[in-house]
Design a protein around this ligand. Structure first.
Ligand code: GLA
Length: 715
């Protein structure tokens, strides 16, 4: 017995000795510090999270940084593990830490061990200096003889001690994504989560704002903005205790996901990405955008392609002649690419609606007798690039794939199949299915290297949640599915590192930074009505930069003018999904010019700093602007929503400009032969004036659902 305990005793003494010397572990960005210290019992404590202090004298003490279950903690744990002997307790004591710096990023790793069981956890914190973002995740490993079972394995736990907490969540449904609700947290636990597996953000966007002490505004107040980089079930819990302390936990949703970790297996949680600021919600968004463009989104600093999509114009009814005509329409508009949507594949079961064909990724010989190669060539000959829609993770029962590989499909062996949009989910846990999905892309790209864009769709959530491949390890399904998806994306990205791919899941069902590292943009909603899109794009703007938010001009929302719908799409990543041949000459002239204008201003829209000036949740209008990094240019958007003709609006003070600089204000994107009604149009005004006095953006008669775009250029 003594022999068995000896190494453990030595280990404890060693860590006691070390603990006495451990200096606070300060994880810093340009303006933020997260400070960890080692307590008398060698446990790791979170001692501070807030503004970086110049003198660096941070408080000590605090609450345990990564709470475990089964010891003295009686609140929600970050980690709960059941050992081989059935004991469900875990204690994590500080062992060592290290910091690795790489340019603007410094990564701190803190190693913790249980003194009784051979379990170690390394907490990782990557701090991104200029963007004030911290990414935190945990790596869990053990050396017990048999697998241990984990019922909770959080990415991160953060503690707060504020007078009050205001949580902003973003919930929705198909075609009504990201509705903003802000409410105070009360004692107990508030959970935001998804159990949907695939298309995981169908009802809840995977991100939140947490304001401390009181509500924060766009320009003032202390808050964190957080989001989990995981394309599967996620969970955030906000637990307010008896003393008004808050524990905020984030990670994979452990629902139906007891995880059996094998000895030596490295279990890496997804990263929780957050920014802290005391400058309000606007600053939090700008921090995340800056981080995302450099680190979070594939090719976040590169150009995006404007495009014409055929979904809303044709649905699945087209043939190759019609498509070639549509290339001409795209060309007329002046966009970079034509995107062929759903309906181009399937022969035994042609994809003429959503009831058949998914899984059979061969060109429909009736619709496309000359094949994709012909389309790519024709597009090139007409001077437009060609992109294509795929939904590689899914299968319709009416398909060859379903008949050939029933064992590749998630379904309960002894129950009836349950469908969503007439389809089932493939078992991406199975390496053969991963190969199949990789090869859908790889074969297509090998045969048609000219394909310049993919829209990757995923139109149903995961029911029938049973993997034939996992057999008795079903509780790994939700986690291993997402890992399977990432394995496929890794392989695609090794071979096709820069191919633009849009992330789509029946509208905004997948919007997270776990996926966006492989994707260049996402489809926020199938709702493309301009008025609705003002709200939807506004919601996503809290977390995602505009070059990731695809926004198409369509004929949905006919009560709005084409100008209004175009102005709305121009605040995101512009595309079209409309019958261009139905345009009047004026509409065509306007749209051609709009595409050119967008291409000219898009560097500011995509890479600039966003300032949300008037929220559509506060007034029947929305005003926002993007300012270039050097503050020499800005683009200002003004949308009057469901206003009454006699509504009176106050002046809008601009933000983010240089008060010393002089700017010329010019209304752009006007309809042909119309003049700006803005009294300050074409005037040169100082940044100070624009920010202190502001502009009257609703002069004269008010037209509901009208809009303006202004360009400000330094003189
Ligand atoms: C989903 C997408 C749409 C379109 C259809 C095609 O609903 O969100 O944009 O691609 O699928 O079936």
């Amino acid at each position: 017995m003594l022999k068995r305990l000896l190494p453990f005793v030595l280990f404890v003494c060693l860590s006691c000795h070390l603990a006495a010397q451990v200096q606070p572990i300060v994880i810093e960005t340009d303006h933020t510090a997260l400070v960890l210290t080692v307590g008398g019992n060698q446990r790791l404590l979170q001692s501070y999270l807030g503004r970086k202090l110049v003198a660096g004298a941070y408080p000590g003490g605090g609450r345990e940084a990564y709470l475990t279950a089964g010891m003295d903690n009686q609140f929600e744990p970050a980690l709960r593990m059941v050992h081989n002997d059935g004991n469900a307790s875990l204690e994590l004591k500080y062992v060592s830490h290290s910091v690795v710096k790489n340019g603007d990023v410094s990564e701190t790793s803190v190693l913790l061990k249980d003194p009784v069981y051979p379990v170690e956890v390394t907490l990782h914190y990557a701090a991104f200096g200029a963007s004030d973002v911290i990414k935190s995740w945990a790596v869990i490993q053990h050396r017990e003889k048999r697998p241990v079972m984990m019922t909770q394995y959080a990415s991160s736990l953060l503690h707060f001690n504020a007078d009050a907490y205001w949580l902003t969540q973003f919930h929705g449904d198909w075609a009504r994504e990201v509705n903003i609700v802000e409410e105070p947290l009360t004692n107990g636990i508030k959970t935001i989560e998804s159990k949907l597996g695939t298309r995981t953000n169908f009802y809840q966007t995977q991100a939140f704002l947490l304001s401390l002490n009181g509500k924060s505004t766009e320009t003032a107040g202390e808050l964190i903005a957080g989001t989990l980089a995981w394309t599967g079930n996620f969970q955030y819990t906000f637990e307010v205790d008896q003393r008004n302390g808050l524990r905020m936990r984030s990670g994979i949703n452990p629902f139906a996901s007891e995880y059996y970790a094998a000895p030596g297996e490295i279990f890496t949680t997804p990263a929780f990405i957050f920014t802290w600021t005391d400058q309000g919600k606007g600053q939090a968004s700008r921090n995340l955008h800056r981080w995302a463009r450099s680190y979070g989104v594939l090719d976040g600093k590169e150009r995006r392609l404007t495009l014409l999509n055929n979904w809303e114009a044709t649905h699945t009814s087209f043939d190759e002649h019609r498509l070639v005509e549509l290339f001409d329409e795209g060309k007329k508009l002046g966009v970079d690419l034509f995107l062929l949507d759903d309906g181009w594949f399937g022969n035994s079961f042609p994809r003429n609606d959503d009831k058949a064909g998914l899984g059979d990724w061969q060109e429909d010989k009736k619709k496309l007798p000359s094949g994709l190669g012909y389309l790519v060539k024709e597009a090139a000959a007409k001077g437009i690039q060609f992109g294509i829609w795929l939904e590689p993770e899914m299968v319709n029962p009416k398909s060859d794939l379903y008949r050939q590989h029933p064992d590749w499909i998630l379904k309960l062996p002894n129950r009836e199949e349950h469908y969503g949009r007439n389809q089932l989910v493939l078992d991406l846990v199975n390496p053969q299915v991963q190969d199949f999905v990789f090869n859908i892309v790889n074969d297509m790209m090998t045969k048609n290297p000219g394909i310049a864009f993919i829209k990757w769709d995923c139109n149903r959530s995961m029911t029938n949640a049973y993997s034939p491949y996992l057999k008795e390890k079903q509780s790994h399904l939700y986690i291993d599915y997402t890992r399977g998806l990432y394995k496929v994306m890794e392989r695609i990205r090794i071979k096709y590192p820069h191919l633009p791919i849009m992330l789509c899941a029946g509208g905004g069902g997948r919007t997270d930074y776990g996926a966006l590292k492989y994707f260049t943009e996402f489809w926020p909603s199938d709702n493309t009505d301009g008025l609705e899109r003002v709200f939807i794009q506004w919601g996503y703007s809290y977390f995602f930069p505009s070059n990731t938010i695809s926004a198409h001009v369509t004929s949905m929302g006919k009560q709005q003018s084409l100008k209004f719908r175009t102005d709305v799409a121009m605040m995101g990543k512009l595309g079209y999904d409309i019958r261009v041949n139905n345009f009047t000459p004026v509409e065509l002239a306007f749209s051609r010019e709009a595409v050119k204008t967008y291409q000219r201003i898009s560097d500011v829209v995509w890479q600039g700093d966003l300032y949300r000036l008037v929220s559509p949740y506060d007034e029947p209008r929305a005003v926002l602007m993007y300012v270039s990094g050097d503050r020499k240019r800005a683009i200002l958007y003004n949308y009057l929503l469901q206003t009454r003709r006699k509504d009176i609006f106050g002046r809008v003070k601009l933000e983010g400009l240089d008060p010393q600089k002089k700017y010329r204000l010019r209304e752009i994107n006007l309809l042909p032969d119309t003049k700006s009604a803005q009294p300050d149009n074409d005037k040169v005004l100082t940044g100070e004036y624009l920010m202190q006095v502001g502009l009257n953006l609703a002069p004269g008669r008010i037209t509901p659902l009208s809009s303006n775009i202004f360009e400000l250029t330094e003189e």
